[in-house]
Design a protein around this ligand. Structure first.
Ligand SMILES: NC(=O)c1ccc[n+]([C@@H]2O[C@H](COP(=O)([O-])OP(=O)(O)OC[C@H]3O[C@@H](n4cnc5c(N)ncnc54)[C@H](OP(=O)(O)O)[C@@H]3O)[C@@H](O)[C@H]2O)c1
Length: 252
């Protein structure tokens, strides 16, 4: 798989995302939290989706305090939400917003890392539900609202182990391969027919709770902070990547 980088020395305009409405999943913590704050700082109205309301409210308050456009909160546990919940979510957003200009599919679960031979099926299913099926359901029901945008971007979060398999990374690695596949299928379907582009983004090692759980022996601050990789997120979610679709990116 060819993996691209964003243009070197990419510098987003201050008003890059002004007037845009963007949905971020897993917006309460880690990379998603920083992405939501960053998108708001660049002018976007951000819809904060996550499972822990207190975390989403903290992000909401931070955005309001720093003068960003008033965000919205959607409490949703992607592990347990049924199909009807996604339909309700889409009709709720349709009432509130005239269009959706992008989705950052960021929420993710690490799950168990153990041999396939002894993997727990229930844990496997949960990882697939959050990391793969939720992306499909959200996209499936939000495409009509994305089609109302003049320039929309769907960004799917990948991983190094979703591009080259790695022993014992189980459902997580498989879910990220599925994410790359979903990106390619959807980008192919939307190419030439709409104004919606679809790309994948691998943040690579970033200092978050997930990374600290996956690599407890590391010194966390040896890895970049989420803020350090935001240029790639801004490039892909904003109009500077208008001509780019169906591609796999690394954030650095
Ligand atoms: N950090 C890295 O080094 C790295 C490397 C490669 C790829 N990634 C990918 O980058 C993305 C963000 O990871 P991160 O490192 O920021 O992880 P994180 O700190 O663990 O944050 C994950 C976010 O996803 C949310 N989430 C998890 N399960 C959910 C569910 N069932 N329903 C709704 N939201 C749920 C979490 O909500 P709560 O806060 O409520 O738990 C949290 O906000 C993931 O897709 C991950 O696979 C990360």
């Amino acid at each position: 798989m060819e993996v691209l980088s964003i243009p070197s020395n990419y510098t987003p305009r201050e008003d890059l995302l002004a007037g845009k409405t963007l949905l971020v999943t897993g917006a309460g913590d880690g990379i998603g939290r920083t992405a939501a704050q960053t998108f708001a700082r660049y002018g976007a109205t951000v819809v904060l989706l996550g499972r822990t309301v207190s975390k989403l409210e903290a992000v909401y308050d931070e955005i309001e305090t720093t003068g960003g456009p008033k965000p919205a909160i959607i409490e949703m546990d992607l592990a347990t939400a049924d199909e009807q919940s996604y339909q309700n979510l889409a009709s709720g957003l349709e009432k509130e917003f005239s269009c959706l200009d992008g989705i950052l599919h960021n929420a993710g679960l690490l799950g168990d890392r153990r041999p396939i031979e002894s993997a727990d099926y229930s844990s496997w299913q949960t990882v697939m539900q959050v990391n793969v099926n939720a992306q499909f359901l959200l996209t499936r029901y939000l495409l009509p609202l994305l089609k109302e945008s003049s320039n929309a971007s769907i960004v799917l979060t990948s991983s190094t182990v979703g591009r080259v398999g790695r022993a014992y990374w189980g459902a997580y690695a498989v879910s990220k391969f599925a994410t790359e596949g979903f990106m390619q299928v959807l980008a192919g379907e939307l190419e030439n027919t709409t104004n919606i582009r679809v790309n994948s983004l691998n943040p690579r090692a970033t200092n978050t709770g997930m990374r600290r759980t996956a690599y407890p022996a590391e010194t966390p601050t040896d890895n970049p902070a989420p803020a350090d990789i935001m240029p790639a997120y801004l490039y892909l979610i904003g109009n500077d990547s208008s001509e780019v679709t169906g591609k796999a990116f690394d954030a650095r």
